[in-house]
Structures are given as structure tokens and as C-alpha cells.
Design a protein around this ligand. Sequence first.
Ligand code: NAD
Ligand code: ZN
Length: 375
Amino acid sequence: MELKDKSEPRIVSSSQEVKYRNFPMVPRVVFGRGSFDQLGEILMPKRKNSDSPFIFLVDDVFVGSELVKRIPAIFCDQIIFVSTDEEPKTNQVDALVLKIQGDFEELPSGIVGIGGGSVMDLAKAVAIMMNNEGSSCIYQGWDLVKKPSVYHVGIPTISGTGAEVSRTTVLLGPEKKLGINSDHTPFDQVILDPDLTKGVSKEQWFYTGMDCYIHCIESLNGTFLNAFSQSYGEKAFELCKEVFLNGLTPCESRDKLMMASWHGGMSIAYSQVGVAHAMSYGLSYLLGIKHGLGNCLVFQHLEEFYPEGVALFKIMRDKQEIELPVGLCANLSDDEFNTMISVSMGMTPLWENALGHHWKQIVTPAKLKSIYQKI
Ligand code: NAD
Ligand code: ZN
């Protein structure tokens, strides 16, 4: 694939000097089936004392499961189950921080998130807010976090979002759905144990897996593409094709989708997502549709922007025997369409990546409405 713009992502400072972004990465990662059992020994040297707990935020789908029995909680450590029926919110983060501050005199030794993108994002946000004042909603944006977060560990139990490797934690706030993008957001440690994804339903496996696939398509076809993003994006793209088109064993699929998610996340770190994400944010804001499904619902109608990517998506969807819901926007009012359109058109960097600086000549409210009406 040809690189369209080798200069992104760069910052041009006030002195017009060109600078390239200096991205933080996850400094430690374990990969392997069963590697979850190394968590206890990984946390031990990070324990400050017996009064400074580890807080385990765990998707409540695991209540009563074997996995919970394997969590190495000792001393006054706390396991908090969180519902993922809705995507994480700033007031949920604030309530968790208040609870932890109320329950313990000492700052926690660390926060461990065990779950999908929702729980990992919550864990990142809580870790940041243990050391930063005020509500988490004031940090939604870019580089607003002042003090380093407490030590935090991400353990995905479903693959695709790339939240395990990203520099953001996406939160729904009182005014906007936006990430806390900062150098203090990425995990200090990630454990990639593909066996943890065993219980995921066929539909959710596809929706979250397609989040990764769409990250690749949007990154590889964007104007911000550079060799860094391309190298990760192409690898993730190949892995997605293997998982969703080839007849791999379940074991191989779990291994490969976990690594696709990682590479997809790395690809967008140094580029950006595009049209499906911009429009999916609108769907999610108005109707509460979750990220993976929302991306699929939009992406299937984006032939104009990503013809090859959409054609392959449909082949994967059929091969995996997934039927996407229909008619979700059938009864919306003009005001509701306008809300989705304005949330979507507010995602300027995503549109710039997808279509270049003159994107508003291509993407009009009427065009977005006609796509939403198909969903
Ligand atoms: P999720 O975390 O919302 O989980 C989806 C469903 O799968 C839930 O019902 C959950 O209980 C279930 N589940 C998870 N693991 C399971 C397992 N092992 N067995 C059975 N069920 C399991 O889904 P997701 O798609 O991973 O994450 C979506 C969230 O991630 C959104 O909030 C989105 O905004 C966020 N996100 C963040 C980033 C980032 O870089 N920070 C990137 C993309 C998406
Ligand atoms: Zn995504």
C-alpha cells in the first residue's frame, strides 16, 4: 500500500519547527495461555504495604466463575464487579474513586482491570483519578492530566478494541463522549492470556473483533498513514482475515485475535480512525449502542469510503453467520438525527484522517443522515 502522507502525525510548534509525537507505550507485557496465573508474582513487588490494597475491577460477567477464584487478592485487596451493560461514564469513575478513598486511608498500590474495553477503560480512568483532583470529566480531551496515575494493569478478556495498548480511556461525560488522552493513561503492565476470551458469545466476538478490523481499514486508508502505523495495521489486518475467514481452531483464533487487537491499537496510536468511528460515536451518544456493534452497523454502509474493506466485512459477516440488527434509526425524529450528526461532525481529526483537510466538502449533514437512515 502506498503511503499518502508520510509527515503525520507531527506537530508544528509556534516556531514552525516540525516535531514528531513522542508516544508512551505499555512497558511490560506477558503473552500466553494461562499467563493470568502469573499475576500474583507480578503484583508482589508493586505492593507498598499491607494497608495499601490492589483494587481489582472485574466485569460482572465473571461473578462466581473460576477466574475470580484465581485472582491473587491478599491483605485488604478489594474485588469490585462492574456492569458493562453501558459504556463507562465519568460519574461512574468518580463514584469508584470516592468509594476507594472512603474504604482505605492509604492510596492503593494499584488498579487492575479484568474485562473488555469497558472495564479496561474504567481501570485506566480510576488509576488516573486516584492522583488527580476533581471530576474525571475535566480531563476528557488531550493532555489535560497533571499528575501520574497509580500503577495499573490491564487484562483483556475479549479481543479487538486495542484498549489494552492505547493512550486513551473513552468515557461518556455530561457533555461529551471523549477519551482522557494522556501520557499517564497507558497501562504499566498488560497480561495477554487468550484463554480468558473463551466464554465470549459468537456475536460479541464478532462485534469486538470487527472493531479491530475497522481500526485497520480506517488507519490504512487514512491520510495520516505513515510507515509506523502501516506496519502494525497490515499485520492486524492479516490476522483478522485469518481469524474471520480461515478455518482456524478456536485456540488459534483466540491467540491471533488477541495479537490483532494489540497491533490494531498500535496502528491507530500513530494515525487515527475514520468515518465508521466518527459516525458510531453519534449512534452511541444518542442510542447507547455499544462501540463494536455501532461500528459494524455503520461500516456495512460505507462502500463509498472503503469499498474493498466493506466488501470483505460482508464476507466475514456471512461466514460467521452474524445477523446485524436493522431498523434502529427507523423512528428517529429530525432532532435526533441532528444530534447524531452534530456529535459525529464534531470528530474533526477522524474526518481529517479519513478525507483530508477539505472533508466538509464531501461530508454534509444530508449525507450523514442518509447513511444513518439505513441503520
Ligand atoms: P465490553 O468490554 O463492553 O464487553 C462486551 C461484552 O462482552 C460485555 O457484555 C461483557 O460482559 C462481555 N465479555 C467480556 N469478556 C467476556 C468473556 N471472557 N466471556 C463472556 N463475556 C465476556 O466490550 P469491548 O468491545 O471490549 O469494549 C467496548 C468499550 O471499549 C467501549 O466502551 C469503547 O468506548 C471502548 N474502547 C476503548 C478504546 C481505547 O483505546 N481505550 C478503543 C476502542 C473501544
Ligand atoms: Zn474502535
